[in-house]
Design a protein around this ligand. Structure first.
Ligand code: ADP
Length: 552
């Protein structure tokens, strides 16, 4: 921690909340620029909706959602039409304020007219979503799953999933929503922060009981009842990969604006919290993604009225410590340096053992190596500031052969990894979904001035011209009208008014419009893919020409 400011660069920066430090030029940061914005309820819903538009069957793991207030009348109209078509349909909806967390401001409704306008939707936009009425119950209680996912790199895409997660339970037996029970949060909302206030909340000291349990304990139970838990896991992995594929295009737009390509900057990684609900038929549904999941491994215990104490929470500890440990293992920037430091520690400890600690056991030696290894590897320069460390290092001599032995011992001393790579491991299965990433590459190319996330009218014109998209049927005047129409509409509903110009989502809309216009007879995904191919081809030709001119 650097309360008075940091003077030296680091290998790993661990930010508490979000990416906010503009003077980091190297190393790795544990947050991506723009991730907090990306996983807000509205932005996430929009990103998933783009993918649902292209691949409806692959993205049916996210409840149908509408954005308020922009789509209020559309929401009302659509529900009215669906009810007219099927009068027996009695849906329930859940309204969730944008940017809210811990169940804050969430409520259930039976009819679009029940949306509460008090408090001003304008000032606090929200997402209204179809409520999943038939969740899987355990002990008659609704529960959700918190799964930790490491996005290790955006380019190339690398995703890891923790083998175990948390299951967070409601504290009142579940009943399908009726007008009478809609308000019972302990029955319908699984948030720990809400249920902790219920008299029925049970703090658990093992992983299989209580209001917070490990997900593996639930899977064990399901397995003993004959459920195919491998299938549940593979559906969850697929949900996670598809969700990240939906987030990456806009994340790349944010990334280039904070860390422009070709300029010195850090690389990023991030631990995300995925909230997933299993339906009665065991299909996983995505509820939300958390950019800053709680890593607390303690909970508050009320000793006497008003007197609280933090006590360890074994369930949290079992899941979360492994996630942090493996993240550090995976992003370890200088494995070789670490090996060297381990060897140095080993030599030092051997000396100490001889002189001061004749009974120094191999176990305590391993602990020291792990402690020193992680600590010292955080920044080799900091060694100079650890009193005496430099001298000790110098007189330790070259560590060559021991390095290997010691690092093997250290790896062996750590528990087996809990983070499992799922991408690129399963890339072949999912790469066809990464169409919008290529649209993002086009958008970024024409953004022009680094540091922006919005495309100006000249940038849009250049995009059309360089990709040879205007012709006698689509004049440059029509291009300008398209730009103005779409940009004005998106900016009137956008939350971000800091910059003027065409935002990413507006560009996607314009691109899909152009694709539909150019390839009328094809289905949408093929229209979009064909237009991407067409643009990429013309840009490659242009680059080639420029290269030849440059050489000349
Ligand atoms: P928050 O960020 O405030 O926790 P969530 O989207 O996670 O908001 O919703 C809070 C809780 O509401 C979830 O943990 C879940 O129990 C319940 N919930 C949210 N969306 C749905 C839904 N579409 N269907 C059923 N339950 C839901």
């Amino acid at each position: 921690q650097f309360p008075c400011g940091r003077r030296l660069p680091c290998d790993i920066y661990w930010h508490g909340v979000s990416f906010h430090d503009n003077d980091i030029f190297s190393g790795q940061v544990n947050k991506f620029p723009g991730m907090t914005e990306m996983v807000r309820k509205i932005t996430l819903s929009r990103a998933v909706r783009t993918m649902q538009y292209l691949f409806p069957l692959e993205y049916n793991f996210y409840p149908r959602s509408w954005i308020l207030p922009d789509e209020s009348s559309f929401f009302e109209k659509e529900i009215r039409m669906m009810k007219d078509r099927d009068p027996s349909w009695k849906p329930t909806f859940i309204v969730k304020p944008d940017g809210g967390c811990q169940g804050d401001g969430i409520y259930l409704i039976k009819d679009p007219s029940d949306i509460r306008l008090t408090g001003g939707l304008q000032s606090r936009p929200a997402v209204v979503q179809e409520y999943i009425c038939k969740p899987l119950l355990v002990d008659k209680l609704k529960f959700d799953i918190r799964l930790y996912v490491l996005l290790k790199s955006l380019e190339p895409l690398e995703i890891y999933i923790a083998k175990d997660g948390l299951s967070r339970f409601c504290t009142e037996p579940y009943q399908e929503p009726t007008l009478k029970n809609l308000h019972q949060v302990f029955m319908h909302l699984t948030n720990y922060s809400l249920n902790i206030h219920s008299g029925n909340f049970i703090h658990s000291d093992n992983a299989n009981t209580g209001s917070k349990r490990t997900f593996s304990s639930i899977l064990c139970r399901l397995s003993s009842k004959g459920v195919d838990v491998k299938k549940v896991w593979s559906d969850i992995i697929s949900l996670v990969i598809k969700t990240i594929i939906a987030l990456t295009p806009e994340l790349k737009v944010y990334y280039q604006s904070d860390i422009p390509a070709g300029k010195p900057g850090p690389t990023c990684f991030q631990i995300l919290g995925f909230d997933i609900l299993l339906m009665k038929n065991l299909k996983p549904m995505l509820l939300e993604v958390n950019a800053n999941p709680s890593m607390r491994i303690e909970h508050e215990k009320e000793l006497s009225p008003g007197v609280f104490e933090n006590v360890p929470s074994p369930v949290d500890e079992e899941v979360k410590v492994a996630v942090i440990r493996d993240t550090l293992r995976l992003v370890d920037p200088q494995k070789q340096k670490k090996k060297d430091v381990h060897a140095v520690c080993f030599l030092q400890l051997k000396k100490k053992k001889k002189k001061n600690f004749p009974n120094y056991s191999i176990e305590s030696y391993k602990c020291h190596v792990i402690k020193y290894g992680l600590f010292l590897c955080c920044r080799s320069q900091t060694l100079e500031h650890v009193s005496g460390a430099k001298e000790e290092l110098l007189d330790a001599g070259p560590p060559a052969r021991l390095a290997h032995d010691v690092s093997t011992t250290t790896e062996a001393a750590l528990p087996s990894p809990c983070l499992k790579q799922v991408f690129p491991k399963y890339a072949k299965q999912f790469n066809y979904l990464r169409l919008v990433d290529r649209v993002a590459a086009l958008f970024i190319r024409f953004l022009g001035v680094k540091g922006t996330t919005k495309l100006g009218p000249t940038g849009f014109r250049t995009f059309i011209r360089n990709c040879k998209l205007s012709n006698s049927n689509f004049s440059m005047a029509s291009v300008d009208i398209l730009y103005i129409d779409i940009t004005r509409r998106w900016n009137s509903m956008g939350i971000d008014h800091k910059e003027s110009g065409m935002c990413w989502q507006a560009f996607v809309e314009a691109f899909f419009f152009l694709a539909q216009k150019k390839y009328k007879s094809l289905p949408l995904p093929e229209q979009v893919a064909s237009l991407i191919d067409f643009c990429e081809y013309h840009l490659a030709v242009l680059d080639e020409k420029r290269l030849v001119c440059g050489r000349g």
